[in-house]
Design a protein around this ligand. Structure first.
Ligand SMILES: *Cc1c(COP(=O)(O)O)cnc(C)c1O
Length: 385
């Protein structure tokens, strides 16, 4: 988390030159620290930072310098990494839904690792990225995840076996499988069913004379928002024990694709109170309207799924129940209405609030200017080399 000394705006000692709220204060060194901690918890694992969590070039550069690889999903994300000097052989094109032109774009720039989860996409990779390494994404359960993934991605193990064998016949190099157990996954044991499925796929593919060695554990590693989460070291030990059980004595290249875990704690979102209101004279609950909401970067409050911690300069004084909403004229622009939030009664128009651990999935989710509100700006602080 960014230290209090960096985020002193609540006490009126802002670093000079800060813009109007809302904006994200980002310390890329925190992302580097998170990378190192994850790498320590997952030794012998190639870490592909999921660029979509926060594609800020200063983060990409620091992570690249620390030895990270990158999970990219589009030509634009490839360009961001290449512009920071990342070797294209350290990029994995991890989006299962790629246009043929985008596959070709990646291949022409030296990307050689591609995911697929359908026969169609496999044929397109064979056509536009001849000879590339490919891995198949398995359907996985998101039980236990606060930001679940739907059945949009992945295929069944039986289909994965057929497609990986077919990949070989198409001149591609099948290397293994991936899966994703849902983002903000709180249960370290959630990885094991997919690891077991992966082992089954490896064994069946081997019967067709194709050897796999790449097991990609995906992302999902959680961050403490309003509630604490198990430490990353617990995830490392539980997941590695599961890999050992299901792949005994089999040499493996293990990969992981963390996004949220790397970027979230690097950011603090500074916003202002626009208005405090009650809906009737007898209502003891207030509405606090901020100048940031669902469209300004806090999209993950949909369904009140991600519950951010909100800090104000009045903390420690008397509080009352509060609904919290954004500034636009859209009725879905409500952050929290059923989750019990208590904010200080002293909070008033113009006060700053800090929304903590907002470095992941905020700037990239911010709309381009819905209702005329500007997209969420990033201000980088700290040492960036
Ligand atoms: C978004 C994404 C990730 C990152 O997930 P987190 O839950 O943020 O760690 C990893 N892999 C793929 C393929 C993704 O799309």
């Amino acid at each position: 988390m960014i230290s209090e000394t960096n985020v002193d705006g609540l006490t009126g000692t802002d670093p000079p030159g800060l813009p109007e709220t809302p904006f994200l204060l980002l310390d890329p060194n925190v992302a580097k620290h998170q990378y190192r901690r994850l790498a320590g918890a997952f030794p012998q694992t190639q870490i592909f930072y999921a660029v979509k969590a926060n594609p800020e070039p200063n983060i990409i550069r620091l992570l690249a310098g620390s030895g990270s690889s990158f999970d990219v999903a589009s030509p634009a994300e490839i360009d961001i990494c290449l512009a920071e000097g990342v070797d294209p052989r350290r990029l994995s094109y991890g989006n299962t839904i790629k246009k043929p032109a985008d596959i070709r774009y990646a291949y022409e720039r030296g990307v050689r690792m591609f995911v697929f989860d359908s026969e169609d996409q496999l044929h397109q990779i064979a056509a536009y990225a001849p000879g590339a390494e490919v891995f198949c994404r398995l359907l996985a359960s998101s039980d236990g995840a606060q930001w679940p993934l739907s059945r949009k991605f992945g295929c069944s193990p039986a289909m994965a076996v057929d497609l990986l064998v077919a990949a070989s016949g198409l001149g591609l190099t099948p290397i293994g499988v991936s899966f994703h157990v849902g983002s903000q996954q709180l249960d370290p044991h959630s990885w094991e069913p997919s690891i077991a499925q992966a082992a089954g796929v490896f064994a069946q593919v081997r019967e067709h004379g194709v050897e796999l060695d790449f097991l990609n554990l995906g992302g999902g590693f959680p961050v403490a928002y309003a509630d604490p989460v198990p430490p990353i070291e617990d995830f490392g030990s539980v997941i590695h024990a599961a890999v050992g059980r299901h792949f005994p004595g089999i040499p493996l290249r293990i990969g992981a694709e963390p996004g949220r875990y790397i970027a979230a704690e690097a950011g603090t979102l500074r916003a202002s109170v626009v208005l405090v209101a009650r809906k009737s004279y007898t209502d003891d609950s207030r509405w606090v309207y901020l100048d940031v909401g669902r469209f300004g970067g806090l999209a993950e409050t949909e369904g009140e799924a991600i519950r951010y911690r909100i800090v104000t300069r009045h903390d420690g004084t008397a509080t009352g129940p509060t609904a919290i909403a954004g500034p636009t004229c859209d009725s879905v622009d409500v952050l929290y209405r059923t989750t019990p939030y208590e904010l200080p009664l002293a909070l008033h128009t113009g006060d700053h609030v800090e929304i903590l651990n907002t470095g992941a999935y905020t700037t990239t989710y911010s709309s381009n200017g819905f209702n005329g509100f500007a997209p969420l700006a990033t201000i980088c602080i700290g040492d960036r080399t």
